[in-house]
Design a binder for this molecule. Structure first.
Ligand code: PXP
Length: 235
């Protein structure tokens, strides 16, 4: 199972202070040295965390695979075509959401999404579609020509009890199997953490998990002791 690390929230910490640090690219280099298989960053239309400079630097420093999460807005697609990440993951984007709230509705936006896939693939970028684990979305995703889907694990992660969690897991498992049979590469992500990840990691057809928030939170806590010791040594 491969692990993609989303570094958006290193940029969130920087933006809270409107400062120059911490650099998401620095986090990316450390993550790769620790075994990350790819680095993910979401260039949102409102630039609330990752900005255009981050994307250029990430493109230069990432040695594994750079996976740019993005909407299908024209100016964002233009940036992707010029930066040329290894992979683009198309996600829905709403200005007022705190984080990505659901999968792309590929059925509803089929023509625009298919056209975006064509443009990105024409620029040599592999394309993944972030979708809910539903047969209809998988069918439409395949018809766009994208080679990868990322199953949205948010509903599973937010399950309120064991029964709901089991039901969501079964849905993810069935969707992964169906997509695999159709020849799609399958990844998954959103809301995965140290408590719920092993159940999703047990789904055979899923090749990669993309995780951000829980790992950045964990890093902040496990890093406190070393950071305090370094400051004590200086003063
Ligand atoms: N995959 C996609 C498509 C996402 O939009 C996100 C959130 O940016 C993630 C994975 C990672 O989610 P989380 O930060 O909850 O681990």
């Amino acid at each position: 199972m491969l692990l993609g690390i989303n570094v958006d929230h290193i940029a969130t910490i920087r933006q809270i202070r409107k400062a120059q640090v911490p650099e998401p690219a620095f986090a990316a280099v450390i993550a790769e040295a620790a075994g990350a298989d790819s680095i993910v960053a979401h260039l949102r239309e409102d630039r609330r965390h990752i900005n255009d400079r981050d994307v250029s630097i990430l493109r230069e420093v990432v040695k594994t695979r750079f996976n740019l999460e993005m909407s299908i807005a024209k100016d964002i697609v233009d940036i992707a075509c010029s930066v040329k990440p290894d992979q683009a993951t198309l996600v829905p984007e709403k200005r007022r959401e705190v984080t990505t709230e659901g999968g792309l509705d590929v059925a509803a936006g089929f023509r625009r999404i298919k056209n975006t896939v064509k443009i990105l693939e024409g620029a040599g970028i592999e394309v993944s579609l972030f979708i809910d684990p539903e047969k209809k979305q998988i069918d439409f995703a395949r018809k766009t020509g994208a080679g990868i889907i990322e199953l949205h694990t948010g509903r599973f992660a937010d399950a309120k009890n064991q029964k709901q969690s089991d039901r969501c897991l079964a849905g993810l498992s069935a969707a992964a199997r169906y997509a695999g049979e159709m020849g799609l590469k399958v990844s998954a992500g959103h809301g995965l953490n140290y408590y719920n990840v092993s159940r999703v990691a047990g789904i055979r057809e899923i090749e990669e998990l993309n995780i951000g928030y829980s790992i950045i939170c964990r890093a902040a806590l496990v890093g406190i002791a070393a950071a305090v010791k370094e400051m004590k040594a200086l003063i």
